[in-house]
Design a protein around this ligand. Structure first.
Ligand SMILES: [Zn+2]
Length: 247
């Protein structure tokens, strides 16, 4: 008789199998930001049976969020995102343990939290937060799945952070912001949906032990032209995070 459990289609995959799914079930994933990226990522990770999700966002649901932040409906406007998200994720899969962190975490707290998880997903929407998340992940030596989406453009990358770099910070020579946030620039709703879903794909691969071709490379997607491009990333000798030796 065929396997009729929730995880049957994962277990049937040569790349995942029973062992891989057991690792997914034992996984503890920290999701920073429950916006356009974090919502679809969290939804797929919960549905896929990740054991524990730590969801961190200090914000409340706003009407302008609803087009792309698909864990929320009109009745959630004004609620804490962590609260509304946890409710929805628990409905999707009651077996997943959800831990809510509804405040902005400082650098030390981020690093301490990251030391306690299997991997981190960065779904934040601004450069300062991305740098803070990257630094804490490098110091905690925890793998980071990075995603960004703005206008009709998306980015995705995987950083092992096992030592020596490269890290997300290696992409920048200075503190100039590469991508803005959605507020001033606009974003086509499914663009973060695609990138957030790809973040879930990379997270599940990392948990299950499936090697990723995106490790230390960056996927760039131009939704306007339909072009996808993958660029290689190298550690920058003067990177203040992964090369500083201060950690
Ligand atoms: Zn670096």
């Amino acid at each position: 008789m065929s396997d009729q459990t929730r995880d049957a289609r994962h277990i049937a995959l040569a790349e995942i199998g029973g062992d891989g799914q057991a690792r997914i079930a034992a996984g503890k994933v920290f999701i920073v930001g429950l916006g356009g990226l974090g919502c679809p990522a969290a939804e797929y990770l919960a549905a896929s049976g990740v054991g524990t999700l730590v969801v961190n966002d200090f914000d409340h649901v706003d009407t302008t969020n609803l087009s792309r932040q698909i864990l929320y409906g009109p009745g959630d406007v004004g609620r804490l995102k962590t609260e509304a998200a946890a409710e929805r994720l628990t409905t999707l899969n009651p077996d997943v343990s959800i831990r809510r962190l509804s405040e902005r975490l400082d650098a030390d707290r981020l690093e301490a939290e990251f030391r306690d998880v299997t991997l981190v997903l960065d779904g934040t929407d601004n450069f300062a937060s991305r740098l803070a998340v990257n630094r804490a992940a490098v110091r905690a030596k925890v793998p980071l799945v990075f995603g960004a989406a703005i206008r009709l453009e998306g980015q995705l990358g995987v950083f092992e952070n096992s030592g020596g770099g490269p890290c997300y910070r290696c992409l920048y020579d200075d503190e100039d912001e590469w991508l803005g946030n959605c507020q001033g620039n606009g974003v086509l709703a499914p663009v973060p949906g695609v990138i957030g879903t790809l973040m879930a794909v990379e997270a599940l691969k990392l948990l299950a032990g499936v090697a990723s071709g995106l490790t230390h490379r960056m996927l760039l997607w131009d939704a306007k032209s339909g072009d996808w491009q993958v660029i290689g990333l190298a550690a920058r000798a003067d990177c203040p995070d992964c090369q500083s030796g201060a950690h």
